[in-house]
Unconditional design. Structure first.
Ligand code: SAM
Length: 160
């Protein structure tokens, strides 16, 4: 299946709020589906001390950039980037999934999230809802340019 999602990085204040809202911490395994330059993985490991952060990305330029940044931070043991289509990657070990895609792509992902995630897993989406799911919380964050971003938190098992 091919569709286009442009690469737009999540601003750092929004990254931090996504992980804070999800309650990220030591025991967590974070999956960022479409990880771009890897910033969510890096903040999750360095600032929230998660056990493991996995990014899946299909754009080879972004993969190179994410791997370079992870290596510069010296966190290759805990932050991993997988090249490929996230629809093809098993995400069942994730305790937190982060998304910045499109509503239509979230809708396509919904059956996979329902199938593979365990109860209690948190899904945080920047800007776009997951159609058909009930969110637990929302947060609004201003970025460095004073633009307001919305974040949706969902909890698997409490999402219907
Ligand atoms: N998650 C990063 C962030 O928040 O900074 C990047 C978000 S960017 C809007 C979306 C990314 O998803 C793009 O880099 C795009 O290449 C990637 N992407 C979209 N669909 C994908 C798919 N099916 N498999 C892997 N990567 C995908």
């Amino acid at each position: 299946m091919y569709y286009f999602v442009p690469y737009v990085p999540t601003p750092y204040p929004v990254v931090r709020e996504m992980l804070r809202l999800a309650g990220a911490g030591e025991g967590d395994v974070v999956y960022d589906l479409g990880c771009g330059d890897g910033r969510i993985l890096i903040v999750a490991v360095k600032e929230f001390n998660v056990r493991k952060a996995v990014g899946v990305e299909r754009d080879s330029e972004r993969i190179k950039e994410a791997r370079r940044r992870i290596s510069e931070e010296g966190i290759e043991d805990r932050a991993i980037v997988v090249q490929g289509d996230f629809f093809e990657v098993d995400i069942s070990e994730a305790t937190i999934v982060t998304l910045f895609l499109l509503t239509s792509v979230n809708e396509m992902l919904r059956p996979k999230l329902e199938r593979e995630l365990r109860n209690g897993a948190r899904v945080v989406s920047h800007e776009f809802r997951i159609p058909g799911w009930k969110h637990e919380k929302t947060a609004e964050v201003k970025d460095e340019n004073n633009l307001t971003h919305i974040i949706y938190l969902y909890i698997k098992g409490k999402h219907m």
